[in-house]
Structures are given as structure tokens and as C-alpha cells.
Design a binder for this molecule. Structure first.
Ligand code: FES
Length: 113
């Protein structure tokens, strides 16, 4: 086995602690800084947590400042509805924001970056 390659894979699949779930306003978001740019971490009414790049696929609006409804966020600039599960705009709009896997352990939110 090539150990260098295994180490690279581990680095690419890294869980990073972001915050506690109660640090995220319900129906809102908290911004987490990363090497990939700002990541918006959302919490909906059911306390589900989702993470997307904080850039709308339309014209780069800050999704973290949008309103969460169900499993979507309304972009604050032109009101596109972005699906929180995959970052993609709801039809008829098109385009996707990068999304990140999320896990919650003992109230701590981790992102796979
Ligand atoms: S920038 Fe988000 S809808 Fe236009």
C-alpha cells in the first residue's frame, strides 16, 4: 500500500468541528470560515443542520443571510430558493452552491471538508 496516498485521502475526507447546534439560530445560519471560503451552516425548524458555500449560485448572494423554510433557504438578493440538502436552486432556476456533509455528535456540529 502506498502510505502517501492513504494520508492524502485522509486529509481530503476530514471532519472539522464547526460549532454547537445551539450556536446556529433556528431558521437561520452561522458562517464558518474555511480554506474553501465561507461556509453557511443552517438550522431548520426541525433542528436539521445543513452546510453550503455562502455564495448563491445566481450572483453570489450571501445565503447565510437568507430565511430558512423547510429544507430550503431563500437567497436575500433575488429570492431564489436554494435546496439545503444539495445546494441546488429549485426549478425553474438553475445552478448549485457547493454543499458539505454534516454530522452532529453530542450537540457538536462537524463538517466534512
Ligand atoms: S444572488 Fe441569490 S438569487 Fe440572485
Amino acid at each position: 500500500m502506498n502510505m502517501g496516498t492513504a494520508a492524502e485521502v485522509l486529509q481530503m475526507d476530514r471532519w472539522v468541528r464547526a460549532c454547537r447546534i445551539e450556536d446556529i439560530p433556528r431558521l437561520g445560519a452561522r458562517v464558518v470560515k474555511s480554506a474553501h471560503g465561507d461556509i453557511a451552516v443552517f438550522r431548520n425548524a426541525e433542528d436539521e443542520v445543513f452546510a453550503l458555500a455562502d455564495r448563491c449560485p445566481h450572483k453570489g448572494g450571501p445565503l447565510s443571510q437568507g430565511i430558512v423554510f423547510g429544507r430550503r433557504v431563500a437567497c436575500p438578493l433575488h429570492n431564489w430558493a436554494i435546496q439545503l440538502e444539495d445546494g441546488c436552486a429549485a426549478a425553474p432556476d438553475e445552478g448549485c452552491a457547493r454543499h458539505y456533509a454534516v454530522k452532529i455528535e453530542a450537540g457538536e456540529v462537524f463538517l466534512r471538508i
